[in-house]
Design a protein. Structure first.
Length: 496
C-alpha cells in the first residue's frame, strides 16, 4: 500500500519541486551575467512562488482564476529573466555609456520583489477585499439581448479595419476614443468567446469572433505595436483557463514565439513607417495599407531570423532576443532607485499618488487636468533617465513596487503591496467568484492585461482600471438587467 502510494505521489513531488530547480538551472547555464549565491537563491524562490500557487489553485474546486500566480509570474519575467540575460546597467540621458549597477543593488532589488510579493499574498489572504463585494444586486445579460453584444463586436471589427486616430476628437477626447477602440469591442468579444467555449454560440457569433481576431491582429501589426496582439492572445488564453481550468499546452510557447518572431523586425518597421516625432496608428497609416505594412514586418522578421539561423556563433541570436528582454525588464530600474534613494532623490511620500484623486474626472470636463504620467515624468527626470525636453516623446515607468519604495522606503514596499493585495482580493471575488457570471467575468478578463502591467506606476495602474470598468458598464447598459438578489445569478448559461 505504501509502495503504491509512493509511486503515485513521487512523480507529483518531482514535478512540484523539480520544475523551479530545472528552470533556474537553465537560466543559470544560459546566463550572460555573473550571479552570486544570494541572487541565485532569490531567483529560485521567485520562480517557485507562481508555480506552487498555480498548482495549489488547480486542486481547488472554485471557479476563480489564479490571479496571484499570474501576478507573481509577471515579476519573474520583469526581474528574474533580466537577472540572467540583461546587462546590469542603466542608460542615463547625459551619459554616453550605461552606468553599471552594483551587485548589492541588484540583490536588494530581488529582495524587494520577494518582500513585495509576500506582502501582496498576505493582503489577498486576509480576505478583507471580498468584504466590499456587493451582494444585493445581480447583473444579468439575458440571451434575448445578445444582439446588442453582436452589434458592438461588429462595430469593433469595422473600427479595426479603418484607421481611427486616438486624437480624432482632440487631446481632450483621446482617452474616450481609446476606450471606444479597445475596451468596448474587447468586452463584446470576451462575452461571445466565453459563450462559444460553453457550446452556446451561433454561426454568426463564430464569424464575428474570427473576424474580430483577424482584424485586431492585423490592426496591431500594421500599426507597429506588439502589445495590441499580445493583449488579445492573453485575453483568449485567460478565458480558456477560466472555462476549462487548465492552461492550453501550446499557448505559453506560442506567445513567446510570436513575440520573439516579430520583435526582431519591429525596429525596421518603425524606421520605415513611423513619422518623425509621432507614433502608432496615425504615423503608420500615412504610408501604405494595412496588408502592405503587416507583410513588410513579417518579411523583415523572417530575414532577421534567417540571419540568426545562419550564425553559428550565437551572437545574432543574443542580439535578436536582447530587445525583448530589455523591454520586459524592471530590474535595472529598481536597482537604480535603490542606489539613488534617498542619498540623491529624497523620499516622496504621497506625492506620486496625487493623480489618483482626479483620475475619474473626464479630460473634456477639465482640459487642464494633471496628466496621469506625471509620476512617470518625475521619475524619469529625478533619476537621470530623460531630460525635461524629451518628456513628450519618452515614457518610462518604474512599476508600482519601486514607486512604493520611492515614496515610503521599506515600509512602503510592505504597506502598499499589502493594500494592493486587498484590492486584488476584491477584484478576484467580484469578477471571478462562482456566482459572478459570464458578464462580470468578462469585464474582469478584459481588465487583466492592465492588472498584469506591473511596469506602470500607481496613477496609471489603478486609474486606467477604474475608467475601463465604468466605461464598459455604461456602453453595455442596454444589454444588462439589474435585479435585487441575495445571491448573484449565473448569466448567459448554455441552453440545454
Amino acid at each position: 500500500m505504501n509502495t503504491a502510494l509512493l509511486r503515485q505521489e513521487l512523480p507529483k513531488a518531482i514535478l512540484r519541486w523539480g520544475t523551479p530547480i530545472v528552470i533556474t538551472a537553465f537560466l543559470w547555464l544560459t546566463r550572460s551575467n555573473e550571479i552570486n549565491v544570494a541572487q541565485l537563491g532569490l531567483a529560485m524562490f521567485l520562480i517557485s512562488v507562481p508555480w506552487h500557487s498555480y498548482l495549489w489553485w488547480k486542486k481547488r474546486e472554485k471557479s476563480d482564476l489564479p490571479i496571484f500566480a499570474m501576478i507573481a509570474f509577471m515579476y519573474v519575467i520583469y526581474y528574474v529573466m533580466p537577472l540572467f540575460w540583461e546587462p546590469h546597467e542603466i542608460a542615463e540621458f547625459n551619459a554616453q555609456a550605461g552606468r553599471e549597477m552594483s551587485d548589492a543593488a541588484i540583490s536588494t532589488s530581488l529582495l524587494m520583489v520577494a518582500v513585495g510579493i509576500g506582502s501582496l499574498w498576505l493582503g489577498m489572504r486576509v480576505r478583507i477585499g471580498r468584504l466590499f463585494v456587493p451582494r444585493q444586486i445581480s447583473i444579468e445579460a439575458p440571451r434575448s439581448r445578445r444582439n446588442y453584444v453582436r452589434a458592438v463586436l461588429a462595430i469593433g471589427c469595422l473600427l479595426n479595419v479603418y484607421d481611427v486616430s486616438p486624437y480624432a476628437l482632440g487631446e481632450g477626447g483621446r482617452q474616450l476614443i481609446t476606450l471606444v477602440l479597445t475596451a468596448a469591442p474587447m468586452m463584446a468579444f470576451a462575452l461571445l468567446f466565453r459563450s462559444y467555449l460553453r457550446s452556446d454560440s451561433t454561426r454568426l457569433d463564430r464569424v464575428l469572433i474570427l473576424g474580430f481576431v483577424g482584424s485586431r491582429l492585423l490592426n496591431g501589426l500594421s500599426s507597429g505595436w506588439l502589445g495590441v496582439s499580445a493583449s488579445l492572445i492573453l485575453i483568449c488564453g485567460v478565458i480558456y483557463i477560466a472555462e476549462r481550468r487548465r492552461i492550453p499546452r501550446l499557448a505559453p510557447a506560442l506567445i513567446v514565439l510570436f513575440i520573439l518572431f516579430f520583435q526582431v523586425g519591429k525596429s525596421d518597421f518603425r524606421k520605415t513607417y513611423w513619422q518623425e516625432g509621432s507614433q502608432g496608428v496615425a504615423a503608420a497609416a500615412a504610408q501604405g495599407g494595412k496588408i502592405e505594412r503587416t507583410t513588410f514586418w513579417i518579411s523583415r522578421s523572417l530575414e532577421k531570423w534567417g540571419d540568426v539561423l545562419n550564425d553559428s556563433s550565437g551572437q545574432t541570436l543574443k542580439d535578436a532576443i536582447s530587445p525583448s528582454v530589455a523591454r520586459l525588464s524592471l530590474l535595472n530600474q529598481t536597482a537604480n532607485v535603490v542606489e539613488m534613494t534617498p542619498s540623491i532623490v529624497p523620499y516622496q511620500y504621497g506625492h506620486l499618488y496625487s493623480y489618483l484623486g482626479v483620475a475619474l474626472i473626464p479630460r473634456f470636463l477639465w482640459p487642464e487636468k494633471p496628466s496621469m504620467n506625471e509620476a512617470n515624468q518625475f521619475y524619469q527626470v529625478a533619476y537621470g533617465l530623460t531630460s525635461e525636453d524629451n518628456l513628450a516623446s519618452v515614457s518610462i515607468g518604474v512599476g508600482v513596487l519601486s514607486e512604493s519604495y520611492i515614496s515610503f522606503a521599506w515600509p512602503g514596499v510592505v504597506g502598499i503591496m499589502f493594500l494592493l493585495g486587498i484590492f486584488f482580493d476584491f477584484y478576484q471575488n467580484l469578477f471571478f467568484s462562482r456566482s459572478s457570471g459570464i458578464l462580470l467575468g468578462s469585464i474582469g478578463v478584459i481588465l487583466l492585461p492592465q492588472m498584469l502591467g506591473i511596469e506602470s506606476q500607481m496613477a496609471v495602474y489603478l486609474g486606467g482600471i477604474i475608467q475601463q470598468t465604468l466605461f464598459v458598464l455604461v456602453v453595455f447598459l442596454p444589454a444588462l438587467r439589474l435585479t435585487p438578489s441575495l445571491r448573484r445569478v449565473p448569466m448567459l448559461q448554455p441552453q440545454s
